[in-house]
Design a protein around this ligand. Sequence first.
Ligand code: NAD
Ligand code: TYD
Length: 358
Amino acid sequence: MTILVTGGAGFIGSNFVLDWLAQSNEPVINLDKLTYAGNLENLASLQGNPNHVFVQGDLGDRELVDRLLAEHRPRAVLNFAAESHVDRSIHGPEDFIQTNILGTFRLLESVRAYWSALPADDKAAFRFLHVSTDEVYGTLAKEDPPFAEDNRYEPNSPYSASKAASDHLVRAWHHTYGLPVLTTNCSNNYGPYHFPEKLIPLMIVNALAGKHLPVYGDGQQIRDWLYVKDHCSAIRRVLEGGRLGETYNVGGWNEKPNIEIVQRVCALLDELRPKADGTSYATQITYVTDRPGHDRRYAIDARKIERELGWKPAETFETGIRKTVEWYLANPDWVAHVQSGSYRDWVAKQYASEAPSA
Ligand code: NAD
Ligand code: TYD
């Protein structure tokens, strides 16, 4: 048996592939375009592992995906690949439409053709799992209950609108063609290998570099933070036991305003890597102009996945954020390569003898 993962060189995808191969002998075909966000250095520990087959390519490349499916005959396809950064989607939405909507559509078409031709038993066992976000539900007022699976879709950013569109396509491919799909809508993740354009890693690397810590607006926007390895375990659980055509909200029951997150990161750095001048990293916090259309609050009601599939996060915010800060302190080379863009050169050098199979 084999699974095919898209976007497995990104933040969540690479954590998923690493965890999967640490726990199972089932091979992973990892299809990733290696955009600025894809980093094979995340997967360096898998070099030489025959159960990891990396293929550089686009999820919307029908010819390539058709060939990979025919060649490797996976029992499941898990779609992590996406353009994922809200701020980038505001500056340039086109790539988001291209990858998140058209790319997902083309992937669904390849998978449908492959799945339709499978022998009956394999067809019944096959799964397409689509990894999505809580941002499709829009924004919550302070007193609103958290997002449940039957919340209206009200996406507000080009990113969340493109993810919402992809969720609708996945749903329609189930209802119209019977494709055995599962969708997860998860809250904000944090943890190792997180690209330092997102809040938590940006604050860690800027703090250590003596730079400003830019907090948008009043810093009172609320997100519901989940340690990335808990997201990965939820995806494994949904893949194993999720009901076909269903969506599962995944969250950490950790609602916090951004400013509290930044202060917690500063306090951990003060403890683990105190500044020579004895001042706190919190003195670097700077309030900056707010993001246009900034969603005020996200919160996830994760009771369905707990009730139906027995999934619960293993980490609290306290344990997860400490592990995360420790990881960034222990991996300055990863940070330096990402910041300089030299991970691209690193990949060229490191993988020179290992041509991708496509
Ligand atoms: P990421 O930006 O770190 O990684 C995305 C990966 O997809 C990269 O490796 C990139 O090279 C690859 N990719 C982009 N376009 C591609 C294309 N056209 N074809 C093939 N590969 C392509 O993103 P992430 O944070 O790891 O998010 C993964 C998924 O999880 C996304 O679908 C995202 O919407 C969803 N999600 C993310 C979060 C979060 O907090 N980061 C929360 C909930 C859901
Ligand atoms: P981000 O990590 O970009 O995730 P998302 O927008 O998908 O939730 O941002 C998390 C929160 O942090 C969001 O409310 C925007 C805010 N933020 C800042 O205040 N400063 C920053 O430099 C960044 C990147 C984000």
